[in-house]
Design a protein around this ligand. Structure first.
Ligand SMILES: Cc1cc2nc3c(=O)[nH]c(=O)nc-3n(C[C@H](O)[C@H](O)[C@H](O)COP(=O)(O)OP(=O)(O)OC[C@H]3O[C@@H](n4cnc5c(N)ncnc54)[C@H](O)[C@@H]3O)c2cc1C
Length: 492
């Protein structure tokens, strides 16, 4: 089939009945649920872009294996040019969502492509696992499916490993083998966009210890598999707010969910890893499942930071406060953060390496530096928006006020910005800024930037240890030898 249209995506959603729980209600008609309606349409819009002549050649290609047109996020990059082809889709999708949706389909497509191309890793442990991941990649690529993933255990007692939790099946684990497949029980989080996806893929961050064998799992199943419950977090908007009042929250909320597996049968041909602590711990480093998608996250993060920077600059300009040095300093700080991320991203692309099996890999150090910096740069951007908007952020009336005759004069007079900025324009801008920096929606976006890729504290620890191992760090040694040179090199 190859690339889907938005309508084909909607049709697939309508054809399924996943068990979704939202605010104590079981959702029976996903398409009619206001909370999901607009986010579904936003994802459908991305699928449509694949068919738009203005984008098609930029974000899709003809697959060598099938001759069908597929999304560039399924491309195994073998060269700088391939990395750029793949980047094009990251950029187009990120710009279409202002970087606010982190788990657009391209993200997990890259994870899966990476696992597929490095399936020799799975083969070392079990030839079936390798064949399964290869077939699954082809299935997802050729049907253009939308995946969610859950790689973290629920946050229960973090001082104990999975097998030490009070209930042995609090964290998702294997129960038994049956002829049809592997029976799994327990929970996994944090499956962003789960209710509106086609499939879920389960794998884990490293950190398994002996005794955790039953939790060492990787598999994928349809999102409506019997026994799989999707428990949504409290929504941050009810789906009835207007675009004018909440231009971002009304469009781009990515629902997050806990996945509970109630003796779910995972067919054997969908099991990628099982009962092997060593393999589960090596999955990330050996398949590139962390490093390749970091390219998508870097591009998306850059777009998001650019959006926040532009919001701050427009806000300051709209009320004439960017003549003040303190405001200019804050805005310059933001612009310099943005330029730093842009530069790092280019370094990651230009300094790519080719792995042993011929895969082009964007530079680890540059991408991890982006991952290390954004959890502080993005919250700082939000703080600057809050500081520049100040009390005005809390004073925005609603769209309904603008449509009320009795209020027209007051609206036109008291909400006007600097010369040339009408009340309507100023209020619209401040509302957009408030969605980003004040609303629960905006707070989630902030929490996303901190944690979407794992705990930044531990990630920095890993980064430091790798950096120490890989970099020569010889300058100090050289400096300590200077006294010897002094004696050897005659001074003229
Ligand atoms: C908005 C959002 C969307 C996300 N989307 C997804 C998704 O689509 N799929 C998915 O699988 N995951 C997703 N994640 C989950 C993300 O991977 C985790 O939030 C992240 O790995 C951190 O884990 P945690 O939230 O359980 O925090 P914890 O690991 O419980 O950490 C809590 C605190 O304790 C500290 N801490 C805990 N353990 C240790 C330790 N061993 N050593 C030192 N400090 C420790 C941490 O530094 C942190 O401050 C998302 C997260 C967010 C916020």
């Amino acid at each position: 089939m190859g690339i889907r249209t938005g309508n084909q995506y909607l049709k697939a959603l309508k054809s399924r009945e996943p068990e979704i729980w939202l605010s104590g209600r079981k959702i029976t008609n996903l398409m009619e649920e206001p909370v999901f309606r607009q986010p579904i349409l936003e994802i459908a819009r991305l699928y449509n872009m694949q068919h738009d002549p203005g984008y098609q050649d930029q974000i899709t290609h003809i697959c060598d294996e099938t001759g069908e047109r597929v999304n560039n996020s399924f491309l195994v990059p073998k060269s700088y040019e391939d990395l750029m082809k793949r980047k094009a889709v990251f950029e187009v999708f990120a710009k279409a969502t202002f970087g606010l949706m982190g788990r657009t389909p391209d993200f997990l497509n890259v994870v899966l492509t990476s696992m597929y191309y490095n399936s020799s890793f799975f083969e070392k442990y079990n030839i079936d696992w390798a064949r399964n991941i290869q077939n699954y990649y082809r299935y997802v690529r050729d049907n253009d499916l939308f995946l969610t993933h859950a790689i973290i255990n629920p946050q229960n007692d973090r001082s104990k490993s999975s097998h030490e939790q009070k209930d042995v099946y609090t964290h998702l684990g294997a129960v038994k083998e049956i002829p049809e497949g592997l029976v799994v029980r327990g929970a996994k989080m944090l499956a962003t966009l789960a209710p509106i996806t086609d499939e879920v893929i389960i794998y884990s961050f490293p950190g398994f210890k002996p005794g955790d064998e039953r939790y060492a799992l990787a598999f994928a199943i349809p999102i409506d598999t019997k026994g799989l419950r999707i428990i949504c977090r409290e929504p941050m908007q009810d789906g009835t707010r207007s675009f004018f009042d909440h231009p971002l929250a009304s469009r781009f909320e990515e629902m997050d969910a806990l996945l509970v597996f109630d003796d779910v049968v995972v067919p054997w041909d969908r099991v990628f890893l099982y009962n092997n602590v060593e393999a589960a711990n090596l999955l990330y480093p050996k398949t590139g499942a962390g490093q390749q998608p970091a390219h998508q996250s870097g591009v998306r993060g850059l777009v998001k930071l650019q959006f926040a920077t532009e919001v701050a600059m427009k806000l300051a300009d709209s009320i004439g406060v960017d003549i003040y040095l303190n405001v200019q300093n804050d805005l310059a700080e933001l612009a310099q953060s943005l330029e730093s991320i842009r530069a790092l991203l280019r370094v990651s692309e230009i300094e790519y390496t080719i792995t042993e099996n011929g895969e082009a890999m964007p530079d680890y150090t540059a991408l991890e530096t982006i991952r290390g910096l954004l959890p502080t740069m993005y919250p700082r951007a939000i703080e600057i928006i809050q500081t520049i908007g100040a009390g005005g952020l809390l004073m925005s009336p609603t769209g309904a006020d603008f449509e009320t005759d009795e209020l027209k004069e007051a609206m036109d007079q008291y909400y006007v910005g600097r010369e040339g900025v009408s009340s309507y324009e100023r209020v619209a801008l401040f509302k957009l800024a408030w969605d980003l920096c004040g609303e629960a929606f905006g707070q989630r976006l902030l929490q996303y930037e901190r944690y979407y890729t794992g705990d930044p504290v531990r990630k920095k620890g890993i980064f430091y240890n790798n950096y120490k191992r890989q970099r020569s760090l010889n300058l100090v040694e050289d400096a300590l030898k200077t006294s010897v040179w002094d004696k050897q090199v005659p001074v003229r």
